[in-house]
Design a protein around this ligand. Structure first.
Ligand code: G6P
Length: 608
């Protein structure tokens, strides 16, 4: 979604802002702009379309010598993608310029009031209201004006604010929308995500909600909404700029697929010591767990698909009822959650608006909350009672791969930990499972070696219009993810179906040549799944089957077979998802799609 970057420093801001925006492109956007000081005024330059159009418009920023500025990539919410609706927005007389992420919920009433006072609106955005409101509230004191203005706003916002009369300063505000601060001798920065500041510094401060930050070239001060100063620890980002670059790969997605063995190792290894599970950040006791009557796993997108695997795994290991739920549905469902509920929240970014709100609903109703998150210091990590980080490193491709895989690994460990604490499994079972979990990275490495074979196979499916992924139980959970992966990056219409459910309607869509991917990796259900596969085969479908060599499927039963190694049945999703990620990737590549930035999608969905 939208990206913010701001710089107050000792060298020209514009090239730094453009570089920062380039590193936020992955979040998804449809226009970009910057504001810098020029001739005692705030100069705003913006353009609909790719960042390159803005670069061309301002000659890569070389004509600006201002050392202070703000930049923005916009993902349209209020108002279509256009030059007018792009950020930064200026106030009526040009006194203020702002960039904004999030949604100002009371913008309509504010707009009406400001219009009555003579303000003219040039855009359809909710953001422009804030710019004019700053001007309306201007007291001559920048800080006081910012503080008075944000007190009048409802909704979510990260803001970067410049004032014409204070050319050496910037204010930024965070409320329910991510914003971090970068500190360096060359200057200080704000940004919605770490990659944007990495070319300048690895020293960062996390901002919490309802905090205001004041930046100059030499200072950073953080305040609460009552203008009290807050001390904040400076942290060093462990990864450097190369971790957020393609490193020779054609796309971030394939780089991240290939990084999965490493990401899995880094996520798993610290959590298994001397044959025991060590879940740092979680200290749920046996007594607490004994009170748990139901578990809800809540997330969006691929993270929700991890939840669907989690449902099958936890129910089988722990014999506790589990409900995997989509966050945007859960939050408005009047959910049955209380102090006997354990709510597991899953989110790569830790900022997904619906997931964050679902967490708040669950907490409010007394549930114990546990979050699986990739981004350190994100809102969900800050607000959940227990947090477990996936050490996947930065994930840039919109279509998630290594975050999904590491979330899954943690789901297994959490499930095993609960089962062990409740005495639902014995030490022998735990030992065997832990060895199998530790062996996953190596098995994934082995599967990645068949990438060329999958690339070749993908050529024949590149011009299809429809695809169906069928599986039962855990295979169905993986089918959901595989189907989403294919459709989001290749734009092929794709559906995942529980194999046994197909007969109740969807089989009417199967005709000669329809592409079906069968998943038969849940050993005890292979025969059942194969009977459904035969049903579609009999109706002319072209079937690609994912299975394990030992499961005895005959090659003549389908058109193509992809064999993968085996592991414990409950862990199979960790292996079977990998060739299907590759399949989606190579089909999209053969179709020449913009794989890392699929149309209309955003990496981090910070609006409802
Ligand atoms: C977006 C991304 C998906 C992701 C989902 C949830 O739709 O494109 O890849 O699974 O958001 O994001 P989260 O950051 O909460 O895991």
């Amino acid at each position: 979604m939208c990206g913010i970057v701001g710089f107050t420093g000792k060298k020209p801001a514009a090239p730094i802002l453009l570089e920062g925006l380039a590193r936020l492109e992955y979040r998804g956007y449809d226009s970009a702009g910057i504001a810098v000081f020029k001739n005692d005024k705030i100069s705003v330059k913006k353009s609909c379309g790719k960042l390159q159009m803005l670069r061309d418009l301002i000659n890569d920023g070389v004509d600006f010598d201002s050392t202070v500025g703000i930049g923005h990539t916009r993902w349209a919410t209020h108002g279509k993608p256009s030059d007018e609706n792009s950020h930064p927005h200026r106030s009526q007389s040009g006194l203020f310029a702002i960039v904004h992420n999030g949604i100002i919920e009371n913008y309509a009433s504010l707009r009406k009031t400001l219009k009555k006072k003579g303000y003219t609106f040039l855009s359809e955005t909710d953001t422009e209201v804030v710019a004019h409101l700053l001007e309306e509230n201007y007291t001559g004191d920048f800080f006081e004006t910012v503080s008075k203005t944000i007190a009048m706003l409802e909704g979510s916002y990260a803001l970067g604010i410049l004032c014409k009369n204070n050319p050496d300063e910037m204010y930024a505000v965070r409320k329910s929308s991510p914003l971090i601060v970068g500190l360096s001798d060359e200057g200080n920065m704000v940004a919605s995500d770490i990659p944007a500041i990495l070319p300048v510094t690895r020293k960062i401060c996390y901002l919490n909600d309802n905090e205001i930050v004041h930046l100059t070239a030499d200072s950073v001060e953080i305040f609460d909404m009552d203008k009290n100063k807050i001390e904040r620890e400076v942290k060093t980002v462990e990864w450097d700029v190369s971790a957020a670059e393609k490193g020779g790969y054609e796309h971030f997605m394939i780089k991240e697929i290939m990084e999965q063995p490493k990401a899995l190792r880094e996520t798993i290894a610290p959590r298994i010591k001397d044959g025991q599970i060590h879940l740092d950040g979680i200290n749920l006791t046996k007594e607490q767990l004994e009170k748990v009557q139901r578990i809800n796993i809540i997330a969006c997108g691929s993270a929700y698909h991890v939840g669907v695997v989690g449902k099958y795994v936890i129910e089988q290991m722990c014999r506790i009822p589990v409900f995997a739920e989509i966050a945007s549905e859960f939050r408005y469902a009047d959910p049955i959650i209380d102090e006997n509920s354990l709510v597991i929240i899953i989110s790569q970014s830790g900022e997904t608006a619906d997931t964050l709100e679902a967490l708040r609903v669950a907490k409010k109703q007394g549930a114990t909350t546990l979050a699986i998150v990739n981004v350190v210091g994100s809102s969900i990590a800050n607000e959940a009672q227990h947090v477990l980080y996936t050490w996947a490193g930065p994930e840039i491709s919109v279509a998630t791969t290594k975050a999904y895989s590491t979330q899954l690994a943690l789901m297994y460990l959490i499930s095993l930990d609960i089962a062990q604490k409740l005495g639902r499994v014995d030490d022998k079972y735990v030992g065997k499972m832990l060895s199998s979990i530790e062996a996953l990275p190596e098995k994934v490495e082995k599967i990645l070696k068949i990438a060329p074979e999958i690339e070749e196979m993908a050529q024949r499916y590149a011009y299809l219009e429809h695809a169906y992924f069928l599986g039962r139980n855990l295979d169905y959970a993986v089918a959901l993810e595989a189907s989403l992966k294919l459709k989001e990056i290749s734009y092929i219409h794709s559906e995942a179906y529980a194999a046994g459910e197909l007969k109740h309607g969807t089989i009417s869509l199967i005709e000669t040549g329809t592409f079906v991917v069968g998943l038969a990796c849940t050993e005890r259900l292979v025969a059942k799944t194969m009977s459904n596969i035969k049903e579609v085969k009999a109706r002319g479908a072209e079937v690609l089957l994912l299975t394990c060599e030992d499961y005895g499927v005959h090659s003549e039963e389908v058109d193509h077979i992809l064999d993968i190694p085996t592991t414990h049945e409950l862990l199979m999703p960790s292996l079977e998802v990998v060739p299907l990620q590759l399949l989606g990737y190579y089909i999209a590549k053969a179709r020449n799609c913009d794989i890392d930035k699929p149309r209309n999608l955003a990496k981090s969905v910070t609006v409802e």
